[in-house]
Design a protein. Structure first.
Lengths: 194, 280
């Protein structure tokens, strides 16, 4: 934000007073970050801040008039910011990475497949046996057969397919964190997916 | 020029919630794939900004898309969107690799093993659900204690193999890193391709801190391994030994950072040594 005065005026535009404006500011920023993240942007915080700064600058102009939901105004600005970012990204040169740097990049972002496999096995073994079986049965079998298999699994458990999916995704999230921790730190921590 | 004329402003925000949610079912998937049309984009963006969609909804949708891609359940258009747009972020690529490994692992487990225990296991799931409710109500503290003990046991089991390798340390490929603040030319650490573990010795003749920590970092600064040790272990050999899985040492440059705890709780960086790993 350009100055404390601009920030103050912007907060008063957002809320009834500075306090409620600040809370709204944080809420909108958090949602903008989500919006950019789910659009596939890898610098969502930067674009969220740019959206807010532009909106604040616009609000400060003497001829600014906007009647309506502020969220929708932010959406319009966010859309422009995103499209500009996409255009900038397309213009960026894609220099070839030198061989040694490429190896380092691959190592840093993609640990050895054997390590990942070992970590996954360790983490699955850290789950209660019943949950491990649930995950394995959910993901076993081929292609479209899986859908029928999941229906059967849900019926055996006496729950709906949707509830089954949510349950499995929770376990899977915890497993993913466990595997990431194992790959980077070599530790298997207790898995609690709740 | 009036500013509001510059921006695309929605006219659909006064729809009832029921009207909005129904088309969102598919719109959010198409949005994530980058193939949503103008109306669908508007619906999803407004749902995110008004809080109808939180991160849990969209994270679940992302996991579903990854599953559908791996299982061949996406249409051609969706598949193209997945590969060209969805996979643009490193985080999503990691999630794809994880899901792919999970599916591969699940298909490697013999079905017989599963079916033998199926009834018992599924009964176990119900027991766990019931147990969880009771545990939460009756004793959160005991659950925490159990988790902590379990965590330590699992860590202990996992590291037993490393300890065993440490006992055979002299037979492992190793490198000795000196305590210096500047590395003039990086040492070369030759690690045989078939090696499962590698040894990194840190030479430090004058212990000053109470506790030290060695941190192995990739060239990009990613933490790969760390080990704490009290200064007492330095005598009489004046060195600390760290054994790491060779699988984390691909060819490339690495940093070994030495940190010391002088105050009892806060580690400070003391030195950073660089070495080059060659797999042969």
């Amino acid at each position: 934000m350009e100055s404390p005065e601009v920030l103050r005026a912007f907060l008063l535009w957002l809320g009834e007073d500075e306090g409620s404006g600040a809370r709204k500011y944080e809420e909108i920023r958090r949602k903008l970050v989500l919006l950019f993240r789910y659009r596939g942007c890898y610098i969502p915080e930067e674009l969220a801040d740019e959206t807010i700064d532009r909106t604040a600058r616009a609000v400060m102009k003497p001829d600014f008039h906007y009647q309506g939901d502020q969220v929708l105004y932010f959406r319009g600005v966010a859309r422009n910011v995103f499209l500009e970012w996409v255009r900038r990204e397309r213009r960026l040169p894609t220099d070839p990475i030198s061989q040694s740097n490429a190896e380092i990049a691959v190592l840093a972002s993609n640990p050895e497949p054997d390590l990942r496999k070992d970590c996954l096995e360790h983490c699955l073994n850290a789950l209660p046996a019943a949950k491990k079986t649930l995950v394995i049965r959910y993901y076993r079998s081929e292609k479209r057969e899986k859908i029928d298999g999941r229906q059967v699994l849900a019926e055996e458990l006496g729950i709906g397919v949707n509830a089954l999916r949510i349950q499995v995704f929770r376990i899977r999230n915890a497993l993913r964190q466990c595997v990431a921790n194992c790959e980077t730190r070599g530790e298997i921590l207790c898995i609690d997916e709740t | 020029m009036k500013l509001e004329a510059k921006y695309y402003v929605s006219t659909k925000h006064d729809h009832s919630e029921g009207e909005l949610i129904a088309p969102l079912d598919n719109a959010h998937r198409r949005f994530l794939l980058g193939i949503a049309n103008e109306d669908e984009q508007q619906l999803v963006e407004e749902a995110i900004l008004t809080g109808q969609f939180d991160s849990s909804v969209l994270d679940t949708a992302e996991d579903e898309l990854i599953d559908d891609y791996l299982l061949g359940n996406l249409s051609q258009v969706e598949k193209r969107g997945f590969e060209e747009q969805f996979l643009i972020t490193e985080q999503r690529q990691q999630r794809l690799r994880f899901a792919s490994e999970l599916i591969r692992y699940s298909n490697r487990v013999p079905p017989e093993n599963n079916s033998v225990n199926r009834k018992a296991s599924l009964a176990g799931i119900s027991v766990i659900y019931t147990w969880k409710r009771v545990a939460i109500i009756s004793s959160a503290a005991s659950v925490l204690l159990t988790a902590l003990v379990g965590s330590e046991l699992i860590k202990f089991r996992h590291q037993t193999e490393v300890v065993q390798e440490m006992q055979r340390g002299d037979q492992l490929p190793g490198i000795e890193v000196q305590y210096t603040t500047r590395t003039v030319s990086p040492q070369v650490f030759r690690v045989p391709v078939q090696a499962r573990f590698a040894r990194i010795d840190l030479k430090l003749s004058q212990p000053l801190a109470g506790t030290y920590r060695e941190v192995l970092l990739s060239a990009s600064g990613r933490r790969l391994w760390s080990q704490e040790f009290p200064s007492e272990v330095l005598s009489p050999a004046d060195r600390s030994t760290m054994v790491v899985p060779a699988s984390i040492l691909g060819p490339g440059t690495y940093h070994l950072r030495l940190e010391g705890d002088f105050t009892g709780g806060q580690f400070e960086e003391l030195a950073d040594s660089v070495f080059l790993v060659v797999r042969e």
